[in-house]
Design a protein. Structure first.
Length: 68
């Protein structure tokens, strides 16, 4: 699809949301979505993730983790 990167919702039902949580396509609607960190990243404080992952304007990333 040409210019799909500009869509706010993807899939036929719009479930691939604009906010990417790193786990599934529903974004902010899943309050239990967590991203695990490797042991190597835990030793370096500047790479530490203190909150949930939330990337805006990432509906293609949400679409990529959707179908299993």
């Amino acid at each position: 699809m040409i210019n799909a990167v500009f869509n706010f919702r993807n899939f036929w039902d719009g479930r691939a949301r604009n906010e990417f949580n790193g786990v599934n396509p529903i974004g902010d609607l899943d309050p239990f979505a967590r991203v695990l960190m490797s042991a190597r990243a835990r030793n370096d404080d500047k790479n530490r993730l203190n909150n949930d992952l939330r990337l805006e304007n990432s509906s293609l990333a949400s679409q990529a983790v959707g179908p299993r």
